[in-house]
Design a protein around this ligand. Structure first.
Ligand SMILES: [Zn+2]
Length: 310
């Protein structure tokens, strides 16, 4: 066989393999960002942080990303309103995370419902005719009594709110305080570790979510990623989105994700912290975590994050 024939034959093999290999379907994920105008532990300039975050979203062609707001923060943070306005002007959307970031376990039901409602005028004002009716439970606490769990769900349904469940979570907020400490100490080696461990855990969270979806539902589902607005996340957003794209993630809107029939399942856990929707479903169906999922949970470097740059 001469060189040209070999080249042609090899080309056919490559083309054949590409056409018939069982290509892994893209994992579809809606990005959501909590605690707008910014996480309480973050000491950075709020406006600069949101501008950095928006630039990364723009670079990766992500629009319609829901930022879940605590409207009460506008009272004591002069830059807060500007952050929310920039978010919407940047093509992103706002949803409800309670006015005061309340923990449902520690709050009487009537107070909690009033606090959700208190966010509405601000959301209406900033969002105009766009749909702000997505609710994210602070601390992912959905109620530890029947009265509270059912009470909030009924209140939200009457107001045409959808619950923005979470399926991909790697405790991103755990990196905020050590980043602040390491920046203050100009500890670049530690900052490099923070960045690499953040991406490792972000990747691991998608592995966990994919495996739990298969365990719970016997199929891939559409996912919802939980992030928080902080300067560390803003500084990491381009790298994070790139890592996810390289992993074959396709970004979708929140409405698209929640339209997956999986979210019609109500696991009804009465616990202080519900954690992710997939974890709730796993527990409701009395399924054990696959060992690989347990290993990934255990890989979260909580102790090192706590101790870093102190
Ligand atoms: Zn929150």
């Amino acid at each position: 066989m001469n060189a040209w024939k070999r080249f042609f034959a090899l080309g056919l093999v490559v083309a054949f393999a590409a056409a018939f290999s069982p290509a892994r379907a893209a994992t579809e994920i809606a990005v959501t960002v909590d605690d707008l105008p910014g996480h309480a532990l973050d000491k950075g300039d709020r406006v600069k942080t949101v501008e950095t975050m928006l630039a990364a979203l723009r670079k990766h062609h992500l629009t319609g990303v829901y930022g879940m707001i605590n409207g009460g923060r506008l009272a004591d943070e002069p830059q807060a309103r500007r952050v929310l306005e920039l978010w919407v002007a940047g093509g992103q959307l706002l949803g409800n995370h309670t006015y005061s970031h309340l923990d449902l376990v520690k709050t009487p039901l009537s107070d909690y419902l009033a606090d959700i409602g208190k966010n509405d005028p601000l959301l209406r004002e900033l969002m105009g005719d766009k749909d702000f009716r997505y609710f994210r439970f602070p601390f992912l606490a959905e109620g530890d009594t029947v009265e509270k769990r059912a009470g909030v769900r009924q209140f939200l349904a009457e107001r045409h709110y959808r619950i923005a469940e979470v399926t991909v979570d790697f405790f991103d907020y755990e990196w905020i305080a050590p980043y602040e400490r390491c920046l203050a100490k100009h500890d670049t080696a530690s900052i490099d570790w923070l960045k690499s461990s953040f991406i490792d855990n972000a990747r691991g969270a998608v592995d966990i979510a994919e495996q739990l979806a298969t365990l719970d539902f016997g199929r891939p589902i559409k996912h919802v990623l939980l992030l928080h607005l902080s300067r560390f996340n803003a500084d990491m957003m381009d790298s994070l989105l790139t890592a996810y794209e390289q992993r074959g993630v396709k970004f979708i809107g929140l409405a698209d994700a929640l339209a997956d029939p999986a979210y019609r399942f109500d696991p009804n856990p009465l616990v202080p912290r519900s954690y992710t929707f997939l974890n709730q479903v796993r527990r409701a169906k009395h399924l054990n975590n696959p060992p690989q999922v347990t290993a990934l949970y255990n890989a979260l470097p909580e102790d090192k994050l706590d101790a870093l740059c102190k």
